[in-house]
Design a protein around this ligand. Structure first.
Ligand code: ATP
Length: 332
C-alpha cells in the first residue's frame, strides 16, 4: 500500500482533509496515510509550527497532501510553507487553473498553468533595517534555479501537450536579476523547438489576463510575480475555494490548495473542499493512481453540474453535504 504524508493543518484544514480522505477511500484507493500535525496548535506542545518529524515523514514517503497551516504573525516563526519548500527543495510551484463546470466566471475556457519558481527571489528573506527610516530586501536570482525551473516548465509543456510557454518578468527594470531569469529561460526554450516561446512584462501580463486570459497557456515566473499572478488566475476561475496547487522537487512533492486556513469560517462546516480535492487528484496522478483521480474528478464535476455548491460559490451546501454528494456520484 502506498504511503502518503497527510498534514491536517489548522482553521478549515482538518474539515477539508477529512472530506478528501473520505472521498479517496470511497473511490477505492487504499492509502496508508502518515498523519502529521503542524501549525499553531503544535507550537504549544512542540515549540515550533513545523517540527522536524513532519519533514522526516515527507522524506520517508516522498509525497504529501497538505491542508493549510497558519503561521502565527509576529511571533518570530518562519512561514511553514516557505520552510517546507526550502527544506525539501520543492523548487517548482505548479498551479493549473481551468474553469470548472457550473462555476460562473467572467471568461469561459480558461486553461492556464502557472509555473512559479519556489526557492529564491524576494522570498529568500534577506532583509535588513538600514536605519530607522530605511529597510532593504534583496532579490536573489541564480542561474541554477532559473535554469531548472525553465526546464521544469518546458518539460511540463511537452508532457502535457501544451503549445506555449510565456515567460513573465520585469526585465526592463530589474535588468540584472530578471534579466538573468529571462536569459536562462531563452536558453532552455532553444532546446524545445516544438513549444512556442513568448516573453511578456508582468504588468502587461496582468492586464492581458483580465482582458483576454484565453491567449495564455503555460506561464513561467520568478517567485514573487508567480505568487501574485497565480492568485489572479485563481480569481479568473472562481476563487480560492477551487484553486489547486503543488510544490514539486527532484525527490519529493507536496500537494496543497492555494487558499489559507480561512479562520473566519473554520469549524462551521462551510468550507469548500474542492481546492484540496483537486490537489489530491494531482497527488493521485503523481503516485500512479490516475484512473482513480479521473473518477473522482468526474464525480466532482457531476456534483457541481447538479448545482450542489458551497457558500463561496453562491451555493447552499455544507462541506459535508457537498462531500457526500461527490461520494454518491462515485458509486453511481
Ligand atoms: P493566508 O494568509 O493563510 O493566506 P488569508 O485569510 O489571507 O490567509 P484565506 O485563509 O485563504 O486567506 O481566506 C481568504 C478568504 O477566502 C476568507 O474569507 C475565507 O473564508 C475564504 N476562503 C478561503 N478558502 C476557502 C475555502 N476552501 N472555502 C470557502 N471559503 C474559503
Amino acid at each position: 500500500m502506498k504511503q502518503v504524508t497527510l498534514i491536517r493543518g489548522d482553521g478549515i484544514g482538518p474539515e477539508i482533509t477529512e472530506a478528501v480522505v473520505k472521498i479517496i477511500k470511497a473511490a477505492g484507493v487504499e492509502i496508508d496515510w502518515d498523519i502529521q500535525t503542524a501549525g499553531a496548535d503544535v507550537i504549544e506542545t512542540e515549540g515550533v509550527p513545523l517540527p522536524e518529524r513532519v519533514i522526516n515523514s515527507v522524506k520517508n514517503t516522498g509525497v504529501a497532501l497538505k491542508s493549510p497551516v497558519t503561521t502565527p504573525i509576529g511571533k518570530g516563526f518562519r512561514s511553514v510553507n516557505v520552510q517546507l519548500r526550502k527544506d525539501l527543495d520543492l523548487y517548482a510551484n505548479l498551479r493549473p487553473c481551468y474553469n470548472l463546470p457550473n462555476v460562473k466566471t467572467r471568461f469561459d475556457n480558461v486553461d492556464i498553468v502557472v509555473v512559479r519558481e519556489n526557492t529564491e527571489d524576494l522570498y529568500a528573506g534577506i532583509e535588513r533595517q538600514v536605519d530607522k527610516d530605511t529597510a532593504e530586501s534583496i532579490k536573489i536570482i541564480t542561474r541554477k534555479a532559473s535554469l531548472r525551473i525553465a526546464e521544469f516548465a518546458f518539460d511540463y509543456a511537452v508532457k502535457n501537450n501544451r503549445k506555449e510557454v510565456c515567460i513573465v518578468t520585469k526585465a526592463n527594470i530589474c535588468k540584472l536579476s530578471d534579466g538573468l531569469f529571462l536569459e536562462c529561460a531563452r536558453d532552455v526554450a532553444a532546446k524545445y523547438p516544438s513549444i512556442n516561446f513568448r516573453e511578456i512584462l508582468v504588468d502587461n501580463c496582468c492586464m492581458q489576463l483580465v482582458q483576454n486570459p484565453n491567449q495564455f497557456d503555460v506561464l513561467l515566473l520568478p517567485n514573487l510575480y508567480g505568487d501574485i499572478v497565480s492568485d489572479l488566475c485563481a480569481g479568473l476561475i472562481g476563487g480560492l475555494g477551487i484553486a489547486q496547487g503543488a510544490n514539486i522537487g527532484k525527490n519529493y512533492a507536496v500537494f496543497e490548495p492555494v487558499h489559507g486556513s480561512a479562520p473566519d469560517i473554520a469549524g462551521q462546516d462551510k468550507a469548500n473542499p474542492t481546492a484540496m480535492l483537486m490537489s489530491a487528484i494531482e497527488m493521485l496522478n503523481y503516485i500512479g493512481e490516475k484512473e482513480a483521480g479521473e473518477k473522482i474528478k468526474k464525480a466532482l464535476f457531476k456534483t457541481l453540474e447538479a448545482d450542489i455548491k458551497t457558500a463561496d460559490l453562491k451555493g447552499t451546501a455544507t462541506c459535508s453535504e457537498f462531500t457526500n454528494t461527490i461520494i454518491d456520484f462515485l458509486v453511481d
